[in-house]
Design a protein around this ligand. Structure first.
Ligand SMILES: C[S@@+](CC[C@H](N)C(=O)[O-])C[C@H]1O[C@@H](n2cnc3c(N)ncnc32)[C@H](O)[C@@H]1O
Length: 239
């Protein structure tokens, strides 16, 4: 089976679940977000997608960041979810692939959030650095480009920002150590490993063959981790 065939199957599986339960995410921090058009909607619909981040996301939302900068917005899950959960925040989304930024815009439209998010094609470290006001929440998943972007020497505003980043040592060996070294002086660092999914938490999957149920919560993921960086200088994270 090649990737196009796998995407066909995951798309069909999403259609099957959506026909029964609708297109809105059923649980998790972004419950209610419509994911019609996603290439693999099932984990989003079920609420299993990146579920190991749920507590961290809730804690970052609780800080009420005035601005969110989402780098690697892809199909628009975080841009839409955070815009919905943070109605007062300014939200900026970047993706460097034209089709993906269109996907982001589609998800924003499907959720009537297009007026809340500025979706931009491409990232330039200088523009990114200029986006960073104190207390900004940066949510980043960009296939290793975090090496170039998450650098306080080039983007000094990062010292006062909250960051949730998917770390891609698979793209650049030793990247997590580099990021730890860059942020240890200024941030409390939480490391969240990628967890194991279990279909038993999802009654929607009952009655499906095992393989189909497991595909519904599969995220095409290799072993990896996320970092949550909380600025030590922020009043809510004082040393
Ligand atoms: C795995 S996807 C992100 C998915 C997202 N975390 C979500 O949950 O919906 C990674 C995205 O990063 C984008 N990307 C890669 N390098 C980038 C860069 N330098 N700037 C902006 N986006 C980038 C890719 O086009 C892709 O859409």
């Amino acid at each position: 089976m090649d990737w196009d065939e796998i995407r066909g199957v995951t798309g069909d599986l999403g259609l099957l679940l959506a026909a029964k339960f609708g297109w809105a995410a059923r649980r998790g921090p972004f419950r209610g977000i419509v994911v019609e058009g996603f290439s693999h909607p099932a984990p989003f619909l079920l609420g299993s997608y990146e579920s190991e981040l749920e507590q961290a996301i809730e804690s970052l939302i609780a800080v009420s960041p005035p601005r969110v900068v989402n780098v690697g917005s892809g199909e628009g899950w975080y841009a839409a979810g955070l815009a919905a959960r943070l109605p007062e925040a300014q939200v900026i989304a970047y993706d460097n692939v034209p089709e993906r930024i269109e996907d982001t815009r589609l998800t924003l439209r499907n959720n009537r959030l297009e007026h809340r998010v500025e979706a931009r094609l491409g990232t330039d470290v200088r523009q990114f650095a200029g986006d960073l006001a104190p207390g900004t929440l940066v949510v980043m998943d960009c296939e290793g480009w975090e090496y170039a972007l998450l650098d306080p020497a080039l983007a000094p505003g990062l010292r006062d920002c909250f960051v949730l980043v998917e770390v891609h040592d698979c793209a650049l060996e030793g990247l997590s150590d580099i990021l730890l070294e860059r942020f240890r002086p200024t941030h409390a660092i939480e490391r969240i490993p990628c967890g194991i999914r279990d279909t038993r938490g999802f009654p929607e999957l009952e009655g499906l063959p095992d393989l189909t149920a497991n595909l519904a919560i599969w995220e095409f993921r290799v072993e990896m981790e996320w970092f949550v960086l909380r600025p030590l200088g922020h009043p809510l994270c004082a040393r």
